[in-house]
Design a protein around this ligand. Structure first.
Ligand code: RRO
Length: 309
């Protein structure tokens, strides 16, 4: 029996993962770029860069800036488009041995519905992740995830077209009541919630008197946001009964255990992959020893077991 296995399930659909460690969208390309650094089949799941109906060039350069313990990005959803992904990228991935999760971006509810129809019909895709939390696009993105009605409508539209695929909704921390947004997504048919996407942020060049990013604003990620992510995951876990996937500044096996302790069922590794391309593989490898060190025999021993008076 594999003691590291977890299941992402609601009342209708379920997805088994051999371990709780997935990649975070936008930090792992389309997967194959990271194959030189480890065995993709060892991952709990592989979430690919956000896909739109048509290819996108992304935002003006520069798109990346370093900040203390953090990374600021304004990539702007550069991607090859869903058709090119299905034709040229997906067939090269070991989808029989690792769940491939497609992250979807639409500028409208209709875009999301169309993408869900296309990707939901694809046998090599294990689940869909709905991105209603990108801070770097003018249309859609975080705007959907900040409005409970829009978040529910997008979730429902994707659920309707996704066939038997689990639907994960990725939420933004840039809201005043994340638990309320998570609850409406659960009611609209989400199988799981992933949180958090990056925090809306900016950095400036004082001498040059200009922003460091071409788009001025960007999304902050990396170790700097881990405490925010832990807080969000804890709050969302108390608000919903579907599984929660923790994302935000995770860079060690101990970090993974912290997110499970506050209630997460699985996690995603993002910015750590950019700092060290073998990060996610190393974290998977380190997980059994970390479990042993902290006396975790089964995930049920740890999940949501934070002692709070
Ligand atoms: O592409 C991006 O700029 C981006 C996306 Br879609 C997202 O969801 N989160 C982020 O930090 N950057």
């Amino acid at each position: 029996m594999n003691k590291l296995a977890v299941t992402l399930a609601d009342q209708h659909v379920s997805l088994s993962l051999k371990n709780p460690v997935l990649t975070a969208s936008g930090t792992f390309g389309y997967g194959l770029e990271f194959a030189p650094y480890g065995d993709l089949r060892k991952l709990g799941g592989l979430v690919v860069k956000g896909l739109s109906l048509v290819p996108r060039d992304g935002n003006p350069m520069p798109r990346i800036a370093e900040t203390p313990s953090g990374l600021l990005n304004s990539v702007g959803l550069q991607n090859c488009g869903v058709e090119a992904f299905l034709r040229h990228k997906l067939p090269l991935l070991p989808s029989a041995d690792v769940p491939i999760i497609a992250n979807l971006y639409g500028a409208s509810e209709e875009d999301f519905a169309s993408l869900a129809g296309i990707l939901g019909a694809e046998p090599a895709i294990a689940a869909l992740e709905v991105n209603v939390s990108c801070p770097n696009v003018k249309q859609g993105g975080a705007a959907f995830g900040q409005d409970p009605f829009a978040a529910a409508a997008v979730t429902e539209a994707v659920r309707k077209n996704a066939g038997d695929k689990p639907v994960i909704v990725k939420l933004s921390p840039n809201v005043s009541d994340l638990a309320a947004i998570a609850r409406v997504c659960e009611a609209a048919g989400a199988t799981a919630i992933s949180c958090i996407n990056s925090l809306s942020a900016m950095a400036v060049d004082l001498a040059g008197r200009k922003p460091l990013l071409g788009n001025v604003l960007g999304g902050l990620s990396g170790p700097a946001v881990k405490p925010v992510a832990l807080r969000c995951v804890w709050q969302v876990c108390r608000a919903v009964s579907i599984p929660v996937i923790g994302v935000g500044g995770i860079s060690s096996a101990e970090d993974v255990l912290e997110f499970i302790l506050v209630g997460a069922t699985a996690v995603q590794i993002g910015t750590a992959n950019i700092l060290r391309p073998d990060s996610v593989f190393r974290i998977v490898q380190d997980l059994p020893a970390a479990c042993e060190k902290y006396g975790v025999e089964r995930w049920e021993d740890l999940r949501g077991k934070l002692a709070v008076d």
